[in-house]
Design a protein around this ligand. Structure first.
Ligand code: GLN
Length: 261
């Protein structure tokens, strides 16, 4: 009887360990804790941007990820390389994941797996300050539109291009795109509302928005489709925890947003 009990206990303990020890532990083949490689945009304030005082990347994404990693106990290395390069790095396997104010949509779900959404935003038309000629999208006829490679705003601009008849000039990052419009090399661009609003208010970029936000959607943390599923699970759990303990709200508040968005 004792022997049977001991056997049952042993089996129970083993199962408990399989369930408990296997879950969410980020270890590599040698059993060492894995350091995830995570890519991001290089200039997308207030989500990720270089703080020139400390020479480190700060912003909503950077701080949410840090809080989530701490909550879930995983390690990562951040690479702020640009938006399209980040998508490329995840697809090629060079990066395990990305967080870059990345909009969740069905097209991207064909090649990425996303976390739960953590912020809502959409695209808006942007022109130079004082431009009174471009009052809506139809006025883009015959104009030059600046576009950042790989973004949903660019996909949106491309969907209007033939309808209204405008030219698209492509740029690597948001600041280069803004500069093209502010300097008059391009007539307009499309950008995520929160980001262009921040640039106008906080960085004094000489631009203004026109009309209202289109395609509002959630931002998500992303991995290559079918890869790093445990990282998505940890992100979601950590996000739920920092929402519950108020840390999420604190991070949003720091950048002028509230959690009830
Ligand atoms: N939210 C936009 C997208 O996902 C822009 C992201 C970015 O430029 N970092 O396409």
């Amino acid at each position: 009887m004792k022997k049977i009990l001991a056997l049952i206990m042993a089996v129970l303990m083993m199962t408990a360990c399989f369930a408990g020890c296997g879950e969410d532990t980020a270890t590599d083949a040698t059993g060492e804790a894995k350091t995830y490689i995570i890519y991001s945009d290089n200039s997308f304030a207030p989500f990720e941007f270089l703080d020139t005082n400390t020479n480190t990347y700060v912003g909503v994404d950077m701080e949410l990820l840090a809080a989530i990693a701490k909550d879930q106990g995983f390690k990562y290395e951040m690479h702020n390389e640009g938006f399209d390069p980040a998508m490329g790095a995840v697809q090629s396997g060079q990066a395990d994941a990305m967080i870059a104010g990345m909009t969740i949509n069905d097209k991207r779900k064909e090649t990425f797996d996303f976390s739960d959404g953590y912020f809502e935003d959409g695209s808006i038309l942007v022109v130079a300050q004082g431009n009174t000629a471009i009052t809506d999208e139809s006025k883009l006829a015959g104009k030059k539109v600046a576009a950042k490679i790989g973004t949903v705003s660019t996909t949106y601009a491309e969907s209007l291009k033939d309808k209204y008849g405008f030219e698209i000039n492509y740029f690597e990052d948001s600041p280069a795109m803004y500069q093209a419009v502010a300097s008059g090399n391009a007539d307009a661009c499309f950008e995520d509302y929160s980001v262009i609003a921040w640039a106008i208010k906080e960085s004094g970029v000489k631009l203004q928005t026109v009309g209202s936000v289109v395609n509002p959607s959630q931002y998500g943390f992303a991995v290559k489709k079918g890869q790093n599923a445990e990282l998505i699970t940890m992100f979601n759990k950590g996000l739920a925890n920092i929402k519950a303990n108020g840390e999420y709200e604190k991070i949003l508040n720091k950048y002028g947003y509230s959690a009830e968005k």
